[in-house]
Write a protein that binds this ligand. Structure first.
Ligand code: SF4
Length: 80
């Protein structure tokens, strides 16, 4: 999968620990950075397609990505 977008991620200038928060406050800090990131969409897709289960990617926490993945599975199942 294409990873060229990573070079444009705002998180490149942040310590990695910011995107692997240990609590809800930390998640919010990371999400605010992602909100202004120009590669938010490919970042989120990358994490969803690769089943990345740690950290904040594309503005979504682990829990939010699980929810998005579940919704997509349900939508795919109901369209068959
Ligand atoms: S969306 Fe967030 S995690 Fe993804 S590249 Fe941008 S700043 Fe980094």
């Amino acid at each position: 999968m294409d990873t060229d977008w990573m070079a444009d991620g705002l998180c490149r200038s942040c310590p990695p620990s910011v995107f692997f928060p240990s609590d809800g406050v930390g998640v919010e800090v990371a999400r605010r950075i992602c909100a202004d990131c120009p590669v938010r969409e490919p970042c989120l897709e990358y994490a969803l397609r690769n089943g990345v289960d740690h950290g904040v990617w594309g503005g979504a926490s682990e829990r939010e990505r699980r929810r998005i993945a579940r919704q997509r599975r349900l939508a795919a199942a109901s369209s068959h």
